[in-house]
Each structure stands twice: as C-alpha cells, then as structure tokens.
Design a binder for this molecule. Structure first.
Ligand SMILES: [Zn+2]
Length: 121
C-alpha cells in the first residue's frame, strides 16, 4: 500500500511540509520583531555590548531564513494548487512526469531534474 503512488500520502506530506514552513516563518517573524524591538529600545548598547555588533548580521541571517520560509510556503502552495488542478507531478517546463524519487526527495518540486538544472534551481 505504502509503495503505491498513494496520493493520500503525498497530501499528508505536503500539508506537513506547509505547516512546518508556517511554524518556521512565524518563529522568524517573532525573532525579527524581537530584534527590532531590542535595537530600537537600546541602540546605545552597541557601544559596550559585544552582542550588539552581531545584531545586524543576525538580522540579515534571519531575514534570509524568512525569505526562504516564504518561498517554501509559496512553492508548496503552488504544488497543492497544481494537485487540485490535476497537474501534480508533471514538469512545468517540459510536461514530462517528474520521477517519484525526485518528488520524494523534494516534495515541492515542479520541474524534472533536467529542467530544474536548466532553470538553475
Ligand atoms: Zn522538465
């Protein structure tokens, strides 16, 4: 049963991935808001607090992660929309089926390996 191309399993997997990404995004939003609050409340801390020096690089790191989490959610939403439209598992570029091994490794993939490499993804 599990080895058949169980669409239920994939729905569950996509839903789990999406909620993971949402949790990640929420945590990052909180962390960034906290960082912003810290920075505006005691900017003078930069003078004597060694932590202050790393604040902006930490900010950049969190912003990067947040962008990644947003992209993940968009990717997963796109896959869910394609599933609903009945196009799931078909490469958006060449229209060939995406190998199941690739979908297992990258559940949100919308391109086959060759097209993904061409697209630089
Ligand atoms: Zn392709």
């Amino acid at each position: 049963m599990l080895e058949s191309s169980s669409s239920d399993g994939r729905d569950t997997e996509l839903a789990a991935l999406r909620s993971d990404a949402v949790v990640r995004l929420t945590a990052l939003d909180d962390a960034i808001a906290q960082l912003r609050a810290d920075r505006s409340s005691d900017t003078a801390d930069d003078e004597h607090d060694p932590e202050g020096v790393t604040l902006s690089s930490e900010w950049a790191r969190l912003e990067g992660l947040r962008t990644g989490a947003r992209r993940d959610i968009e990717e997963i939403d796109a896959v869910i929309a394609r599933r609903e439209a009945g196009h799931d598992g078909v490469c958006v570029d060449c229209g060939r089926r995406i190998p199941i091994e690739r979908l297992r490794a990258r559940p949100a993939a919308t391109r086959c390996v060759a097209c993904a490499e061409r697209a630089g993804a």
